[in-house]
Design a protein around this ligand. Structure first.
Ligand code: PGA
Length: 257
């Protein structure tokens, strides 16, 4: 059975003292939820510190971005080797803020996805439609295109041990959440897309929902059969809120066991 995954995308938030407090509280709190997997994605400048603080804890470390090369003359960028050395196991790829604000095209996202895998880390590939695309009934077409671009470049096999996060752009940081039914519909669409080529791969694929996940909407999202956890932004910055989301995932996992 797929494990529920609760991932915290801290974005460009926090200072050293806040990061220390947050990790200390999460480390203590997560021990109550042995059935779930927790990942945190701090800013690059805090990765080494968070890695040190996470020693002897069940929380995994992830990075918010990479440059798709082992090393080289890429001023201001961070390589896959640097992240591996810092203890990162996961990397966010294709987040909508990078697609829209930093203008990252899909072929560049595909290169990042491949580079993360080649370095032995797990990409968390974010896909999702804008409000306008949803209103035009283009959600499935957009997501199919986003996934297909990566699949064409990396091959189907590359999706064997990765995480996909469905994050409708209109729900990120807006307080608007997809209803559990809307999330399930897209997650099911994604799983079916893969099942057409490889049923086992599709069944093992972890599909997270992201977009204004909070303690009070997490349980109903996690109750959906194809929602395997959440990628959480705002609510991951407060230990109490993030742990409440983790608790909702733990409770669903306990019922399913
Ligand atoms: P949010 O962010 O939970 O603040 O909406 C989610 C994300 O961007 O991953």
């Amino acid at each position: 059975m797929r494990k529920k995954i609760i991932a915290g995308n801290w974005k460009m938030h926090g200072n050293r003292a806040e990061v220390r407090t947050l990790i200390t509280e999460l480390k203590q709190g997560v021990t109550a939820f042995p059935k779930i997997e927790m990942i945190v994605f701090p800013s690059f400048v805090f990765l080494a510190e968070v890695q040190a603080l996470l020693q002897n804890s069940a929380i995994f470390l992830g990075a918010q971005n990479i440059y798709p090369a082992k090393s080289g003359a890429f001023t201001g960028e961070i390589s896959t080797e640097m992240l591996v050395e810092t203890g990162c196991k996961y990397v966010l790829v294709g987040h909508s803020e990078r697609r829209s604000i930093l203008r990252e095209p899909l072929d560049f996202i595909a290169k990042k996805f491949k580079a993360v895998l080649q370095a032995g880390m797990c990409p968390v590939l974010c896909v999702g439609e804008t409000q306008e695309e949803r209103e035009k009934n283009m959600t499935e077409k957009v997501i199919d295109h986003q996934l297909q671009t990566v699949m064409d470049f990396c091959g189907l096999d590359a999706f064997r041990e990765v995480i996909i996060a469905y994050e409708p752009v209109w729900a990120i940081g807006t307080g608007l959440t997809a209803t559990p039914e809307q999330a399930q519909q897209v997650h099911q669409f994604i799983r079916t897309l893969f099942a057409k080529q490889d049923v086992e791969l599709a069944q093992n694929l972890s599909l997270l929902y992201g977009g204004s996940v909070k303690a009070d909407n997490a349980a109903s999202l996690f109750a959906m059969p194809d929602v395997d956890g959440a990628l959480v932004g705002g609510a991951s910055l407060i230990a109490k809120d993030f742990l409440a989301i983790a608790k909702a995932a733990e409770q669903v996992s306990s019922v399913l066991c």
